[in-house]
Design a binder for this molecule. Sequence first.
Ligand code: HEC
Ligand code: HEC
Length: 197
Amino acid sequence: MPGLRVLTPFLLSLALLLPASLRAADAQEMVKTVCAACHGVDGNSTDPVNPKLAGMDQEYLMRQLKAFAAGTRRDDAMSGIIATVDTSDFAKLAAYYGPQKPAPGKVLDAQLATKGRTLYEDGNTDSGVPACAGCHQSDGKGNARFPRLAGQHQAYTLKQLADYKSGRRATDPLMTTVGKRLTTDESKALAEYIAGL
Ligand code: HEC
Ligand code: HEC
């Protein structure tokens, strides 16, 4: 058997030559062991408290992982998990989840969704709530600056609007203002409409 001393440099140089596809497999391994229980292997979570990550902008996902690590965004489940993940793996995880195909959401209360549509398209001029469509787009698909909302679980969207309002999520001053101006009933209607986009 050739000595390990001879073999080790050979194995090391092999690792450096690993093609990108194998590094992607490495990301998938990590997703399977650490993230999939909550977010699914394909980024389409089934439990409505866990956000769907599929179809979201990679830079946006990266920023959120950094925000959990920095504590500007706090959540009982995610804050604990992120403390166990190396920051150098954030980009790889965002690059894995972002391009996955998003599964459509489901409207549970059509009447509520109709109320939400008016708010989403026009905002509420009395209380100074801006039209969501102005930034997140009419179809909710977002872009590099404004995150995708379309098809997201109601419970998750509702919690984010409440967290912006309370300051638990302090990742964006503008969304904090939006959160503070929304009533609970308005947030529920918006979350219902967004699920069906
Ligand atoms: C125990 C369940 C759980 C696990 C495991 C978990 N997450 Fe999360 N994740 C959540 C919850 C719940 C939220 C919503 C947090 C909030 O309300 O602020 C979240 C939010 C996120 C967000 C923000 C999404 C957005 O739209 O802003 C990203 C990105 C994310 N998780 C990535 C990951 C990655 C990558 C892993 C694996 C390293 C992971 N999560 C593991 C439960 C989990
Ligand atoms: C001026 C632009 C702008 C407007 C108007 C706006 N948003 Fe946002 N929204 C943003 C930005 C930027 C973010 C990402 C902020 C961050 O990093 O936390 C965001 C994030 C969100 C999130 C979190 C998404 C996630 O995956 O966690 C939700 C939910 C949301 N917005 C809902 C709304 C709703 C509902 C309205 C209308 C009442 C609205 N937004 C109006 C810019 C806007």
